[in-house]
Design a protein around this ligand. Sequence first.
Ligand code: ADP
Ligand code: MG
Length: 691
Amino acid sequence: MERMGLRREIDLALHLPLRYEDETRLVPLAAARAGETVQVQGTVRDSRVEARGRRQLVLRLQDGDDELVLRFLHFYPAQQKSWAVGQMLRVRGELRDGFFGREMVHPTVRVVAEGTPLPASLTPVYPVGAQLPQAYLRKAIDSALMRANLAELLPPGTVPAGLPALREALNFLHHPPPGAPLPALEDRSHSAWQRLKFDELLAQQLSQALAREERAHLRAPVLTSPAGGLPERLQAALPWGLTDAQQRVVGEIVADLGREQPMNRLLQGDVGAGKTVVAALAAATAIQAGWQCALMAPTELLAEQHFRKLVQWLEPLGITTAWLTGSRRGKGRKEMLAQVASGAAMLIVGTQAMIQEGVAFARLGLAIVDEQHRFGVAQRLALRQAREHDGESAGGTEGASPDCAGSRGQGGGALEAVEPHLLMMSATPIPRTLAMTYYADLDVSTIDTLPPGRTPIVTKVFADNRRPEVVARIRDEVAAGKQVYWVCPLIEESETLDLKNATETHAELGALLPGVTVGLLHGRMPGAEKAAVMALFSGGQMAVLVATTVIEVGVDVPNASLMVIEHAERFGLAQLHQLRGRVGRGAVASACVLLYTAPLADTGKARLRAMAETTDGFEIARRDLDIRGPGEFLGSRQSGDALLRFADLAEDDALLQRARDLAPRLLREQPAAARAHVARWLGSKAEFLKA
Ligand code: ADP
Ligand code: MG
């Protein structure tokens, strides 16, 4: 129960049935029809263990003049004993016409006496873990339901009209009377379910509003840049102008940076939309104002890519940068840490090692997290905590970048409670309702158009027996001076198999493409080796790169024009979209080939169809949500906490809207009730929701 989060009485009371079994009625055997699930009662006339084929316990049950055969392929000696000849049994199961007459296989069985009363309500079936018996959980829930405090916390008039009181709703859902409308209970449209969903959505909206309120009391450094400052100079030095969409989001971010409250903003934009330069401009603004900026990426490879690009953009402006990852050890690392701590390094790029190892920053003003969806909820929490910690230790050392004569107007004392601004970036766009629910504490900026001059990627889905055609296509691309990625599948839980697969494909392509440089990149390679391979491919000295999913995020080689994904059916939709985004990054016409191995499961089919039909990341996200449902979509599996248990965002939009409207009013007018409601629903999970 602990593992399922069932700790308090209220947790048990809020653990609701998946479905019900109707044990309130007995059907005379003569009236029962094959194919129906029924409860019948009768006396055991015969009991024997048959060894025909498989060993099984066979009972003959008599009800009036009719007989029923019960078969048990698994049984305990104790059961055989208590279901002895002469006993009266009440059994429930599906009735079938068997070879030897009517039968039930593995019915649920209860030994009863003549006249044992039938239950007065439907029997709930709860979601249970593998080791938790249903009967035990039922008892625990029943007793919790009596003891838990189910008093109405919400003031009169706040719950949508027509919905029952909480206690009433819970009693009904745990023990519906016979004749309750089962369809409305099963599809959760019944008013009792609506009440529960409303309360759940309200708890979530409230907890996010609380988080936002807490944040409003925090102080962040005001980061502004005068005319002619670093951001302007960076823009002037770019080979292209920003798109309107980029300009708009830069405006939104810069406005936040200029405020005293810490920014908490998500920058979303499709793969290739040009988020990096937006991050660079935000960094330049912070650095101009005399504060450090940290940029964190989920993999070393991606961090390295960012580092190269940002160095190329920012070092000419006199900004000192540092590169920090877990694999960087020894003296070099010590020196880096010293530069970060002294403020000599103004831009620090690295992996999550930065937060995990508690790197000390002199004056951290802005933290940027790329591909934030790749970080688990727990890691995002760690980041938040790291920044709370940094906030306390900020101040003291003066930043020292030659080109940063920016204002340091915060004054020593005021620095104590300062915490950095936070910018998260994601190429997996969040549909609106999800953003409203899960990220209500987050402001969102969206880059909704791609930079000009991109030729759309053509996507083809091929069965893998067409591999030879694909290899021929690779030969053509390479002959035309283009480059090719070949991605090998992730075989779950087996890095070794993964590796073997990639290694074999690498050898095979090498043999099929004489005279072509074919490289190999996989997760097990040491960082330096990976970087060397990547450098060859970016530099154009390597034409074909066989890789595992290490290239999934952020890798940017504009000359690559063909992406082949092997066993595409094994990848998730978001992942396929990310991978495909590695091509079509320049003006060259690009293609993506998805190779699959038949037979395809339905979800696999739906994913590949979505990929072939659209390249729009928002549309892909919507389809992904349809295919997987919101919990999976948000990766709650990683954290082990499904955040919404009852409400369904696709169906409960109206309730969500009501909860959103009520939350701020309740907090203002009845703050104690609001907090009590959050505590009732979320308990220890409230902390997670903030992340
Ligand atoms: P993502 O949003 O996926 O992180 P990147 O920032 O890597 O995308 O940008 C993709 C490519 O587009 C890069 O090569 C980048 O230099 C280029 N790019 C970004 N903005 C523009 C623009 N306004 N005009 C032309 N190219 C751009
Ligand atoms: Mg990127």
